[in-house]
Write a new protein. Structure first.
Length: 162
């Protein structure tokens, strides 16, 4: 369920951290529950309300999913953004390393965009001394591509244009 943009340039990246399939299936269980509540009134009304509740909950989960985007030298992760020139070398974590990075190895002062059901994590240090967050911890379905895009964008920002 990769959600990266198709026509992104060099050093650019975009990914929507949508809910996992199991989260959507679990949310869809609310539809029959809502329908069951309205069944004593009218079964047709109950079916319509149940379908509306199910579709509404799934639509809200998808629409409320944060976006990780790297464009024009700025990393945006959810509502936060930072210039890539203020970031250090990103590290990619998967499997057990990612579980450790999201759990016991997680610095509480860091800025986090962590989503359940997404295994990969990119940890990138912040080099700005005035920033209270020492690192950013970002979930990604393709952490290697996100880290590579950060490296390319950082190299492009540091290389003087002619």
């Amino acid at each position: 369920m990769q959600k990266t943009a198709r026509n992104v340039g060099a050093g650019e990246y975009r990914e929507r951290l949508g809910p996992s399939l199991w989260t959507l299936v679990s949310a869809a269980v609310a539809a029959p529950m809502a329908a069951l509540v309205f069944t004593p009134i009218d079964t047709t009304v109950a079916l319509v309300i149940g379908a509306a509740v199910g579709v509404g909950i799934i639509a809200l989960l998808i629409a409320g999913s944060p976006v990780v985007e790297l464009r024009d030298g700025v990393l945006r992760a959810g509502r936060a953004h930072i210039d890539v020139s203020l970031l250090g070398e990103p590290t990619v974590h998967t499997a057990d390393d990612a579980r450790h990075a999201r759990g016991a190895g997680l610095d509480p002062r860091s800025w986090h965009l962590i989503r359940g059901g997404i295994d990969g994590v990119v940890v990138v240090p912040v080099t700005d001394l005035d920033d209270p967050a020492p690192t950013w911890v970002i979930s990604s379905r393709t952490p290697d591509r996100l880290a590579a895009a950060m490296r390319r964008a950082g190299a492009t920002r540091r290389t003087p244009s002619r």
